[in-house]
Design a protein around this ligand. Structure first.
Ligand code: GDP
Ligand code: GDP
Length: 451
């Protein structure tokens, strides 16, 4: 089944090409300040927040004096409208309505295709009066967007969904950029308090003494990123970029200063990392500072793992492990079940498992669930536990889509979302995590109501 078609219509210079480009996500169409730049009708595969369709830019009522509807263009657009599910009629909110806009509107009202009126260039305040004028076309509420700045895309999505949702087909195979990213080096940061054993760990992984280690906290080290290759059990070699956080604490020698710096170092490393391993010291257990670093990593949307180092000298190993597991689940309410491993940087115990787990969690962190599958889960989740009706008024949850990956971000559409309780949001997030394979990955859920 071909993707449903959406056609963009409007007089020259309202921003049709810019919108086309944004929806297609590539710089395909020519954008020009000069009205009437001649272009052919263009087709592109568009995706908006998981909604897939073919976008058609009619490119024009141009070529002739823009005072009346050129017959040839009109014919061409009429033909394009035959196969379209819905038309986006674009006006320029900065310029306001022009006679040509009104003429096009009159003509469009006679067609059978549903029309969504878009007031483009509505970023900032300059578009406000034009937006009001757009109401006078009598084509329903205009959707304010800025094609150039990407504003209003959620509202456009919401306007399109009723027309396109029933026509969505599930992708046969997932062919996303994420695939390519997964072949690239695993960007892995090792963070933790001074003396947790970060340098020893990296040395062990590299199998050579490239970094300096010592019993003294805060020793001078410089490395930031080290490219390395990990040989999997089956012999396959996979690239890893290790990000070391030790290099930035040269001048610090006071313990408090170090405590502060280890959060700052970690923050810096996290910027470059996909997966972050927080290294604990088994002889010290889980400390407040560790939880602070862990929370920061999750807030930054990175995949987090925790490794208890110095396991070779750990006392009461099993109760130590259970104690840390419990404290983590309590202290990191955002994410349950963060992977927890016991390792020894000195002997090498557990390091292979740690790298393996890091690759796995990156995969979950990069996954995209097809919209149809996501909404099948969503319907079941709502049936099993319908949203509450605060004050007797029902909260309507309509649709969910995965807008991004790395970390996974979901957008939930519905009405009265302001009164959706935090507990219900958590119910959904936990469901996504458990049932759609995002264990231990930080997840973002954004709520959107139509204006
Ligand atoms: P088309 O002739 O309708 O295809 O219009 P274009 O896409 O070529 O855009 C015409 C001009 O409007 C270009 O200079 C764009 O950069 C500008 N433009 C497009 N969208 C926006 C927007 O959202 N805001 C502003 N301020 N300018 C825009
Ligand atoms: P960093 O400050 O986090 O880079 O920590 P270092 O790698 O400098 O290690 C601090 C101290 O802990 C050094 O004396 C290491 O020899 C020691 N250490 C590191 N890993 C282990 C381990 O797995 N077992 C034991 N027993 N000692 C370790």
């Amino acid at each position: 089944m071909p993707a449903p078609q959406v056609i963009i219509i409007g007089r020259p210079n309202v921003g049709k090409s810019t919108l086309f480009n944004r929806l297609v996500g590539k710089k395909l169409a020519l954008v020009d300040d000069q009205p009437g730049v001649t272009r052919d009708r263009r087709f592109g595969d568009a995706e908006l927040l998981g909604l897939k369709f073919q976008i058609v830019d009619t490119a024009g009522w141009e070529d002739e004096d823009a005072e009346s509807l050129p017959g040839r263009m009109r014919q061409q657009t009429e033909a394009a409208l035959e196969t379209a599910e819905v038309a986006l009629f674009v006006m320029d909110a900065r310029a306001g309505l022009t006679p040509l806009d009104e003429e096009i509107a009159r003509w469009l009202r006679g067609t059978k295709v549903p029309i969504i009126l878009l007031a483009n260039k509505a970023e900032g305040r300059a578009g406000e009066s034009g937006l009001l004028e757009a109401y006078s076309l009598g084509m329903g509420d205009p959707v304010a967007i800025s094609a150039e700045h990407g504003e209003g895309m959620g509202d456009l999505f919401e306007a399109l969904v009723p027309h396109l949702e029933p026509l969505q087909v599930e992708e046969e195979d997932e062919e996303f950029d994420e695939e390519a990213l997964l072949r690239g080096p695993l960007k892995l940061a090792i963070v933790g308090r001074p003396n947790a054993g970060k340098s020893t760990l990296i040395n062990k992984l590299l199998g050579q003494d490239r970094l300096l280690t010592g019993p003294e906290a805060g020793i001078t080290r410089d490395s930031i990123a080290i490219d390395w290759e990990w040989t999997q059990q089956n012999g396959e070699v996979r690239p890893v970029r290790l990000i070391d956080t030790a290099g930035m604490r040269k001048k610090a020698n006071v313990v408090e200063k170090l405590e502060k710096l280890s959060v700052a170092d970690a923050r810096h490393a996290v910027d470059f990392a996909e997966v972050v391993v927080l290294l604990l010291d088994a002889t010290r257990g889980l400390e407040h500072q560790d939880l602070k670093i862990a929370s920061m990593v999750l807030e930054e949307g990175r995949a987090l793992m925790i490794a208890i180092n110095k396991w070779d000298v750990a006392e009461g190993a099993s109760s130590l492990f259970q104690g840390i597991r419990g404290a983590l689940d309590e202290g990191l309410a955002q994410v349950r079940g963060v992977p927890l491993l016991a390792v020894s940087a000195r002997t090498g115990k557990g390091l292979d498992e740690m790298i393996k787990a890091a690759f796995e969690i990156r995969e979950a962190w990069s996954r995209r669930v097809p919209t149809a599958a996501l909404n099948r889960w969503f319907d079941d989740a709502l049936n099993a536990n319908p949203p509450p009706a605060p004050g007797g008024k029902r909260i309507k949850l309509r649709y969910i889509t995965q807008a991004k990956t790395r970390p996974p971000g979901f957008v939930l559409f519905g009405t009265r979302l302001d009164s959706l309780p935090e507990s219900y949001k958590r119910y959904l997030i936990n469901g996504i995590r458990r049932e759609l394979g995002f264990d231990a990955v930080p997840i973002r859920l954004t709520l959107r109501s139509p204006k």
